[in-house]
Design a protein around this ligand. Structure first.
Ligand SMILES: [Mg+2]
Length: 235
């Protein structure tokens, strides 16, 4: 059960999953493994932007037979996570800061890959799949015009409606991501962490961010940013 109540004075962290928490893109790996023909046809159309993500990702997932879903979860469980995540959760807990996972992938895969760490996030927002038919069926509470999961809509659910300039009333939220689906969230966030392709997208737009490779980088930078004002004043 997700608690969307939010205190504007308290920071909150929104973090992507594939390529950010998980070292690999688990969604793509699963589609390649369990719907290879559909993936070979659809992926080039996604990369060339012929297909919007919400259409392409749905085609990929709905090309996977439902009886392979258990194997997909096993694949997710075997995926390496970026180092320092557990320590970052410990740090955020010590500060009373919530951590929200926002993923354009599948909720079940995210939870399987996170394992016992899944409970450390106050919310995991991604697409859901139904496995009652021959092939997977996709449902997404936050489907946007372009994306299957519109990440800024998730942020808005926690922070309230965007202001006229597109920002939010809180200036204490954090976005963490690695790719184009994180771009809108990364541009809107007062504090942004980026790796991989997201860095060049942000460079092109002149948006400041902190590069990271592990969650230790994220934790240490947040500790620096959120240092007690009294301690800072005392030197
Ligand atoms: Mg990603």
């Amino acid at each position: 059960m997700t608690n969307f109540s939010f205190d504007s004075q308290r920071p909150i962290v929104f973090c992507d999953f594939d390529g950010t928490i998980a070292c690999n893109d688990v969604l793509v790996l699963a589609c390649e493994a369990f719907a290879p023909e559909v993936t070979a046809r659809v992926m080039p159309q996604l990369y060339s932007l012929e297909l919007p993500l919400r259409v392409g990702v749905r085609q990929l997932l709905e090309g996977i037979p439902s009886d392979r879903y258990a194997d997909m979860l096993d694949l997710a469980r075997s995926q390496p996570l970026r180092p320092g995540l557990r320590e970052t959760f410990d740090f955020l807990d010590s500060r009373g800061v919530d951590f929200v996972v926002v993923s354009g992938g599948v909720c079940g895969l995210v939870e399987a890959a996170l394992g016992d760490l899944a409970d450390r996030a106050v919310g995991i927002h991604a697409a859901d799949v139904e496995t009652t038919g021959e092939f997977l069926r996709v449902r997404s509470e936050f489907e946007g015009e372009v994306e299957l999961v519109d990440k800024l809509s998730v942020v808005a659910r926690y922070l309230g409606a965007p202001l006229l300039d597109g920002g939010f009333a809180s200036d204490r939220w954090v976005a963490i991501g690695d790719s184009v689906t994180d771009l809108n969230m990364a541009l809107a966030a007062p504090t942004t962490f980026a790796r991989s392709r997201l860095k060049s997208y942000l460079d092109e737009r002149g948006k400041a961010y902190t590069p990271f490779e592990t969650f230790f980088d994220v934790r240490d930078r947040l500790a620096q940013l959120w240092r007690e004002p009294a301690l800072t004043a005392a030197g």
